[in-house]
Design a protein around this ligand. Structure first.
Ligand code: DUC
Ligand code: ZN
Ligand code: ZN
Ligand code: ZN
Length: 485
């Protein structure tokens, strides 16, 4: 067989094992794997380094307007380039519906933003804020049929939150059509009530952002979201879990065999609410929702990453610059409620997880592969991605496990003017990143052409037949047969 590329002399890592060997690539796919492969139009010497599946970033906000109209700093070019430098071969940003918009219009808009510019293969998770009957009955099923098989909903924010009934309706549609609902779980009224108390007391500096969104608001909403999904027998993916209580709820649901999935993010492992109390307005750099917690939480979240509670560790890259175009779009020193919400991290996600996870001995290399790539591919239906196996896309990142570097803003290659990870020394960096067999980043240089990335139609999400059923909804009973979605 003629190979376009042979990667030789690497340590190939899959979720199950590591072994020394070569990979033959033809037509953008992994065509052969063996201890030694001769030939190849191009030979890439891995030099004993780690050969991992390219990362899949499953949570990023790219070329997205917030519900109040603010555009992220990164577009599909800078966002995908930054992700590529961080060891990713594909990503799934959000395509956000604002109230009144049709889903078809949303997808067309994001296709125009992504296709001409992305250097990574991509798909979208929809964000649904207006689940009208037309959206539920026609537009969402049409999006699922096109391979956009996941969407996010919110339990918080007045302009986004669907209410429990809206959640039940949309979860039922997801279950029926084989899609996965992602949820931002925080109790809206608890947060609004806290905001009112803090405002009354004049407590509006950045650090009060963390006070305003207490852990119990997340735990309550996660518990409710799991209950709502369980009633209708739907799968659920809980995004950006930030609390021990939330993670415990997820772990318990999974132990019961429920189709509940979850992620956490590096920021909840790396930072604490103390970071919001930096001098002046510096704390604004650390405003994200859910907010940063404390050191004890970090240990618990790491444990849940290790024991499999989380499918993935995603960046939640939400790039708003530290200026009037981003964080301070509503003024120089606004109350925390008016500071744009989110932090960048698409390039730092995997180096952070590798260094603080694998090198620090908190997670295994196999687990790193699962959390960075394989699980996201499986859960979100990227059937030919997320593993180094024959027949899969040759999405590959070669990592130097010994390289040690200090994080700088310039090294993020995004459109941002800060990174919360700045100054951190991390060990283990991607040195050569491929997408479908093409080198996209090598030796600190971008090799990819704008717009080379392709849309990936994703497989449907299927609730396992073994998942427990709420007795009242059990199709084996008369009443259940009548109302089962
Ligand atoms: N949720 C996110 O996932 N990202 C940014 C802000 C938010 O509320
Ligand atoms: Zn070789
Ligand atoms: Zn969210
Ligand atoms: Zn997000």
């Amino acid at each position: 067989m003629e190979f376009d590329t042979v990667i030789h002399g690497g340590t190939i890592v899959t979720p199950n094992e590591s072994w020394q060997g070569d990979i033959g690539i033809a037509g953008g796919r992994i065509a052969a794997m063996a201890e030694r492969i001769a030939g190849g139009a191009r030979r890439v010497d891995a030099g004993g380094r780690l050969v991992l599946p390219g990362g899949i970033e499953a949570h990023a906000h790219i070329a997205q307007e917030s519900s109040t109209g603010l555009m992220t700093a990164d577009d599909y070019y800078t966002g995908s380039v930054s992700a590529a430098f961080g060891g990713n071969s594909s990503f799934i940003p959000f395509a956000a519906q604002h109230r009144g918009q049709s889903v078809d219009e949303v997808i067309a808009t994001y296709d125009g933003r992504a296709a001409p510019h992305s250097v990574l293969d991509y798909s979208y998770h929809l964000i649904i804020s207006d689940p009208s009957p037309k959206v539920l009955e026609e537009e969402l099923p049409r999006a699922f049929a096109r391979g956009i098989t996941s969407f996010k909903v919110f339990m918080t924010y007045d302009l986004m939150n669907l209410g429990d009934r809206g959640m039940l309706d949309i979860l039922t549609v997801a279950r029926k059509h084989g899609a996965l609902t992602m949820v931002h779980a925080e109790n809206n009224d608890m947060v609004k009530w806290m905001n009112a108390r803090l405002a009354e007391a004049g407590l509006t500096e950045p650090k009060y952002h963390a006070v305003s969104r207490p852990g119990i608001a997340e735990a309550e909403a996660i518990n409710r979201a799991i209950s709502l999904a369980t009633l209708v027998g739907a799968g659920l993916f809980i995004v950006h879990v930030s609390t021990p209580e939330g993670a415990e709820l997820v772990a318990r649901a999974r132990a019961a065999g429920l189709p509940i999935h979850a992620e956490t993010c590096p920021q909840y492992l790396a930072f604490t609410r103390q970071d919001l109390d930096r001098p002046g307005m510096e704390g604004a750099k650390y405003i994200c929702s859910p907010p940063l917690r404390d050191a004890a939480t970090q240990d618990v979240l790491w444990r849940h990453a290790r024991i499999g509670t989380f499918d993935s560790v995603s960046s939640d890259h939400a790039p708003y610059r530290f200026d009037a175009s981003g964080k301070f779009a509503k003024g120089d020193a606004p109350p925390y409620t008016a500071i744009s919400n989110g932090m960048p991290g698409i390039a730092a996600r995997l180096p952070y997880l590798f260094s603080e996870g694998v090198v620090a001995g908190r997670i295994s290399l196999q687990h790193f592969v699962a959390l960075s790539s394989s699980n996201a591919a499986r859960v979100f239906g990227m059937e030919r991605k997320g593993a180094i196996l024959p027949g899969y896309d040759a999405d590959i990142a070669i990592w130097d496990a010994e390289e040690s570097r200090i994080v700088t803003v310039a090294d993020q290659h995004d459109a941002m003017d800060y990174t919360p990870f700045e100054g951190m020394r991390l060990t283990g960096w991607p040195v050569h990143v491929m997408s479908r067999g093409e080198t996209i980043v090598e030796g600190g240089e971008l090799r990819a052409e704008r717009g080379r990335g392709r849309f990936v139609a994703r497989a449907p999400y299927a609730v396992p037949a073994t998942a427990p059923v709420v007795p009242e909804m059990d199709p084996a009973t008369n009443f259940g047969a009548m109302i089962r979605p």
